[in-house]
Ligand binder design. Structure first.
Ligand code: BES
Ligand code: MN
Ligand code: ZN
Length: 485
């Protein structure tokens, strides 16, 4: 996707789709430049009145241009009060509608708004977000063309914002593709190979196979992975520029398929479980953007990649696993596998002594029940880190909600035979999962993001199609960029 800027008269802009973003109550003024003699000649005023288009945020009104203007189609999109979120959402609708109509070229103008560079960046990112489709398994004939070029009309040119947006888009799209690919394509070894492609200047990628994982004492990853014919992998991507100003680590749950193991899931609950590596996919996506943006901060990306399967040699209820930091957990449910994989990864990440660790995981159904499919559940003991992540998410357009990481419930994880058991009961299931993870972290600034709700949509939401969303990728890229400044 190419972004360019134009100061041309709207009626002369050539594009498959021209989108005019219209604030609430400004419809007449917004459409006026297109509604004069020689263009729509007053019919836009009639159309918007008859269709009761008022510029309400999230609303839209399409019309063919019938030769009245140079663009083939016109789409009015409401931006309501014109907040950054409203502009972002309008851009998402523009990208979405472009895809529905197979538009290859899009021009977009914002009536009465001059988006600042930060908002401009999210506008570009949202156009791409709305335009995204995962259609490689559809026949040629039933695919709609993606956008090739996007022209921002009446917006001040800003190449830095374009470069940032392109890096975020590439990272987020990679994340979404990885999540949407079936588990037959994305399994631990293939995921590791994709990570290895990121290696380059100041970037190393270290991959451990099953034997090395066991040898190094990562009994969580080894235990969960042992029932699968697809061997587990531990993946460490490290971006380390010469004079790095700081050091951050990202950790991702990479369960490439979660059948539940011997605690087998029902068909309905298993159906979407190719998405259980969304945390890992987010880490890969962020690292891809880091590679393009080259921020002045060290970033380690750590992934535990396994397939959770039932088998004669699968890990069992009552088994005791020993993790990288020496702690042991008794298995009460093999479907609570993500925390076992993350335990090893978090202990390893802690050993690197970064200033902050953020993990991402489709960890619990309880987070989905609590917050639905828009909000990520954020757990941290650091108010600073919470404020930073919530702030970047607000800018980027991701939904994050802080939840209590309360020691009060720690007793629920007590085991008769080991240091811990791997489940804490149904009540507060996402909190006890976070508490389990906290046993493996020795870094004051640690945040856990339970993305089980927003990482994968079963039905459309806003301008997102069902499937992987790449939630939190753009927020974390901003967090890293800020640390490098
Ligand atoms: N991968 C699932 C969590 C999940 C559920 C992600 C729905 C996305 C959508 C996780 O491994 C899991 O199975 N968690 C169990 C834990 C329970 C057994 C303590 C759950 O939430 O039911
Ligand atoms: Mn599970
Ligand atoms: Zn899982």
């Amino acid at each position: 996707m190419i972004f360019s800027f134009s100061a041309a008269d709207l009626s002369t802009v050539s594009a498959d789709l021209l989108v005019l973003a219209v604030p609430a109550g400004a419809v007449a003024a917004a459409v006026a430049p297109l509604d004069g003699p020689g263009s729509f000649s007053g019919t836009l005023a009639t159309l918007t009145r008859d269709e009761e288009f008022t510029g309400k945020a999230g609303s839209s009104l399409p019309t063919p241009s019938l030769g009245h203007i140079r663009a083939r189609r016109l789409l009015l999109v409401g931006t309501g009060g014109g907040s950054p979120a409203d502009l972002r959402h309008a851009a998402g609708i523009a990208g979405f509608q472009a895809r529905v109509r197979g538009a290859k070229t899009l021009a977009i103008a914002f009536h009465g708004a001059t988006p600042n560079p930060g908002v401009l960046r999210t506008i570009m990112e949202s156009v791409a977000e709305g335009n995204y489709r995962f259609d490689r398994y559809k026949s040629e004939g039933s695919r709609k063309a993606p956008l090739e070029s996007v022209t921002l009309v009446g917006v001040t040119e800003n190449q830095a914002a374009v470069d940032q947006a392109l890096a975020s888009i590439a990272g987020q799209n990679l994340c979404r593709d990885l999540v949407n690919e079936p588990a037959a394509e994305i399994y631990p070894a293939s995921l590791a190979r994709i990570c290895q492609e990121l290696a380059g200047e100041n970037i190393t990628v270290d991959v451990w196979d099953e034997d090395k994982i066991r040898e190094k004492g990562m009994g969580g990853i080894a235990g969960v992975g042992q029932g699968s014919t697809r061997g587990a992998r531990f993946i460490h991507i490290s971006y380390n520029p010469p004079e790095a100003k700081g050091h951050l680590a990202l950790v991702g749950k990479g369960v490439t398929f979660d059948s539940g193991g011997l605690s087998l899931k029902s068909n309905d609950n298993m159906l979407t479980m190719k998405c259980d590596m969304a945390g890992a996919a987010s880490v890969v996506g962020v690292m891809k953007a880091v590679k393009a943006l080259r921020p002045n901060v060290r970033v380690d990306g750590i992934i535990g990649a396994v397939e959770n399967m039932p088998a004669g040699n699968a890990y069992k209820l009552g088994d005791v696993l020993r993790f990288y930091n020496g702690k042991r957990a008794e298995i009460h449910n093999t479907d609570a596998e993500g925390r076992l994989v993350l335990a090893d990864c978090l202990a390893y990440a802690s050993e690197l002594k970064p200033q902050a660790i953020v993990d991402l995981a489709t960890l619990t159904g309880a987070a989905v029940i609590a917050l639905g499919d828009w909000y990520t559940a954020l757990y941290t003991r650091s108010d600073d880190l919470s404020a930073a992540l919530v702030g970047h998410a607000a800018e980027a357009g991701d939904g994050v909600w802080r939840m209590p990481l309360v020691d009060l419930y720690r007793d629920k994880l007590k085991s008769e035979v080991a240091d811990l058991k791997n489940v804490g009961g149904r009540a507060g299931g996402s909190i006890t999962a976070a508490l389990f993870l906290s046993e493996f972290v020795t870094c004051d600034k640690w945040a856990h993001l339970d993305i089980a709700g927003p990482a994968f949509l079963e039905s459309p939401l806003l301008h997102y199609t069902p499937g992987g969303t790449g939630t939190m990728v753009r927020s974390l890229i901003r967090w890293i960029e800020a640390a490098g400044r």
